[in-house]
Write a protein that binds this ligand. Structure first.
Ligand SMILES: *[C@@H]1O[C@H](CO)[C@@H](O)[C@H](O)[C@H]1NC(C)=O
Ligand SMILES: *[C@@H]1O[C@H](CO)[C@@H](O)[C@H](O)[C@H]1NC(C)=O
Ligand SMILES: *[C@@H]1O[C@H](CO)[C@@H](O)[C@H](O)[C@H]1NC(C)=O
Ligand SMILES: *[C@@H]1O[C@H](CO)[C@@H](O)[C@H](O)[C@H]1NC(C)=O
Length: 279
């Protein structure tokens, strides 16, 4: 008798407090992280192996760095002319962790996200019932790129498809990132197949993913950075800080993400009401 294990994932997004009809640790690792007045700039180690999350407690600094860099790697791949580099933000990490701790697969309220560390924040949520790679939420969200039609006049997703997580991930000026993770024995607003799952919440400041707006402008990378705020160009991303030091140079992701080892049989993408703010 072969035991059939089904790995499931769900995702959720919100930018401006949309409510979702239906669509997964315990303490904040703030002691792991150094607050520097709102942003902590992590540097990824060379040849980093991406671990699976297999413990309690929120993301540690190493895991946070990997998840952050996955975001930046994807952002750089867009060849945008005005894309900001993302930095880890401990306020957003705290808000995301506090919300993840609730084990509720639904969005936090708009008022909860109205002012976190000075930002109105967007929110992506990922729920997985297996020990996911710490970069998996970003990979999952970015995979919605295939449903996004950049050249379509309305800048929308393909009909009946979800691409909002992708749009938030690559939103040009969403430059502050903080994420939390919680192991949940049961998850509100998710079925019993998500008992004992991992709920990941990421907060993005400022929020993006506005309806009928493009997430970034295509063009020569860094050619349209705001030189007053982001005078530097790091791997094609507009940055307020000069480049990394060579010994800490960030490399493109290693090929360590191995999804073939997982039975990702079902990936359910649930669309939020996406009542995204009109711009
Ligand atoms: C979690 O993963 C790390 C790195 O792969 C490993 O060293 C550690 O033993 C694992 N811990 C548990 C509780 O499985
Ligand atoms: C971005 O630019 C690089 C180098 O010119 C090119 O290889 C790559 O295909 C481009 N990617 C996209 C998504 O346009
Ligand atoms: C899932 O958790 C709920 C709440 O604790 C419990 O009532 C239910 O029996 C669990 N279901 C399974 C399949 O373990
Ligand atoms: C991925 O995992 C599968 C199954 O464990 C293994 O056969 C394969 O060689 C792995 N691929 C990589 C690139 O590590």
């Amino acid at each position: 008798m072969v035991a059939m294990v089904i790995f499931l994932e769900l995702v959720l997004l919100a930018t401006t407090g949309c409510s979702v009809a239906h669509p997964g640790e315990t303490h904040l690792p703030t002691s792991d992280l150094t607050a520097d007045g709102g942003g902590t700039n992590f540097r990824r180690k060379r040849h980093a192996e991406v671990p699976r999350y297999n413990r309690s407690g929120g993301f540690n600094e190493y895991e946070a760095t990997l998840l952050l860099e996955k975001h930046n790697e994807y952002r750089a791949m867009e060849n945008a002319s005005n894309m900001w580099i993302m930095e880890w933000n401990t306020y957003l990490q705290r808000s995301a962790q506090n919300y993840a701790d609730k084990c509720n697969f639904d969005h936090s309220s708009a008022s909860y996200r109205a002012n976190i560390g000075g930002y109105k924040v967007g929110e992506n949520i990922h729920l997985a019932n297996y020990k996911l790679l710490v970069t998996r939420p970003a990979t999952s969200w970015y995979s919605e790129k295939r449903f996004y039609r950049y050249y379509h006049a309305t800048a929308k997703c393909e009909p009946k498809k979800t691409c909002g997580h992708y749009k938030q991930l690559v939103w040009y000026n969403s430059h502050a990132l903080g994420c939390g993770i919680k192991f949940c024995e049961s998850v509100e607003n998710a079925g019993p197949e998500y008992n004992n799952s991992y709920l990941v919440v990421c907060h993005y400041g400022p929020n993006g993913n506005f309806r009928f707006a493009w997430p970034y402008r295509k063009g020569e990378p860094c050619s349209e950075c705001d030189k007053n705020i982001t005078p530097y160009c790091i791997r094609g991303l507009c940055s307020p800080w000069p480049d990394e030091t060579p010994e800490n140079a960030i490399e493109a992701a290693s090929g360590s993400e191995n999804f073939t080892a997982q039975l990702n049989i079902i990936v359910l993408m649930l669309t939020s009401l996406a009542t995204l703010k009109l711009t």
